[in-house]
Design a protein around this ligand. Structure first.
Ligand SMILES: [Zn+2]
Length: 179
């Protein structure tokens, strides 16, 4: 299905993705990220909090719950998400593992609204995307379902387009600041 030439071309694209990821790593690492929590016993447990804001909401009982329900701080581990997460109270970024849906949505979003001026928050989102791309889809073709393999390969192709934009943006910015 995917011949040796295709495999070699895909390997080169994966190297470009890795290169773009490395260029963004320092900027992404400058963003404060907390672990993801939610309020156990609350009516709406889909709202994400940092630990401090979750503890505060529990202490102040500011979250709606069924009569008699005990509120408690839940979570604290890296959970999968269909979208990047931030604390609903203070806005701090929360650690999450992007689903394949999330990765596709984020790649599409960045390609549609591309801007060469990459903020640290965007660098973090981009690093999460690049980390979520299967770096070896063709090696996995025996255990991937056929359509999942096609999806994984398409994801590499799209992430590669994004990686090229990252590299040209970063190189352009560097050439602007260092005469
Ligand atoms: Zn918070």
């Amino acid at each position: 299905m995917y011949d040796g030439n295709y495999r070699a071309a895909l390997d080169l694209k994966l190297e470009v993705i890795e290169q773009a990821r490395d260029m963004l790593a320092a900027s992404a690492a400058s963003v404060e990220v907390e672990s993801d929590h939610w309020i156990g016993g609350a009516d709406d447990q889909s709202e994400d909090y940092c630990y401090d804001c979750a503890s505060d909401a529990v202490a102040r009982q500011t979250v709606e719950s069924q009569p008699g329900a005990e509120l408690f701080v839940d979570g604290g581990w890296r959970s999968t998400s269909d979208a990047p997460k931030a604390c609903v109270c203070c806005g701090v970024r929360l650690n999450y593992a992007p689903t394949e849906y999330c990765t596709d949505e984020e790649i599409g979003h960045f390609l549609d609204y591309w801007n060469d001026d990459i903020s640290p928050g965007e660098a973090l989102d981009l690093v999460n995307i690049f980390d979520a791309v299967d770096t070896n889809p063709l090696e996995h073709q025996d255990w991937y379902q056929k359509d999942r393999l096609a999806d994984a390969v398409r994801r590499v192709e799209e992430a590669f387009i994004l990686a090229e934009r990252v590299i040209s943006a970063v190189v352009f910015c560097t050439s602007q600041t260092t005469p």
